[in-house]
Design a protein around this ligand. Structure first.
Ligand SMILES: C[S@@+](CC[C@H](N)C(=O)[O-])C[C@H]1O[C@@H](n2cnc3c(N)ncnc32)[C@H](O)[C@@H]1O
Length: 111
């Protein structure tokens, strides 16, 4: 099931279908803006009802991106294998130069 867990009514929807549930949430709140974090929390509160629990695992890293790589074990000499694999899947800058520009913006007829 795919849904926006911050949307109003998402908690009621899940509660209705699954009854009070235990919920494991990992690494979602830190990517949300504060208002959306509160919406997620309200939906979680609804889903657990009177008997469920929330197990929240979050990121709380305060440094910059380079400090984070350092924290994950990268040095100037080596990058741990798991981190290398994760980095390989990050979006990379592509190529859009003169050749590509000429390819899609063709000269008007007669010019
Ligand atoms: C940093 S990833 C963590 C992924 C995974 N839970 C983990 O621990 O590896 C953040 C996740 O939050 C999800 N997410 C962000 N906003 C969301 C929202 N409004 N409702 C549901 N999921 C959301 C994203 O789709 C993404 O999968």
């Amino acid at each position: 099931m795919v849904m926006d867990a911050t949307k109003a009514g998402a908690g009621d929807y899940l509660l209705e279908r699954m009854g009070p549930a235990n919920v494991f949430v990992r690494g979602v709140s830190h990517v949300l803006k504060p208002g959306k974090q509160a919406c997620l929390a309200a939906n979680l509160r609804t889903v657990i009802g009177n008997s469920g629990r929330v197990f929240l695992a979050e990121t709380n890293f305060r440094g910059n991106s380079l400090a984070y790589l350092d924290h994950l074990g990268a040095t100037r000499q080596s990058v741990p294998g798991q981190l290398q694999r994760a980095l390989k899947n990050l979006p990379r800058p592509g190529h859009f130069g003169a050749r590509e520009r000429h390819r899609i913006f063709t000269a008007p007829p007669g010019s």
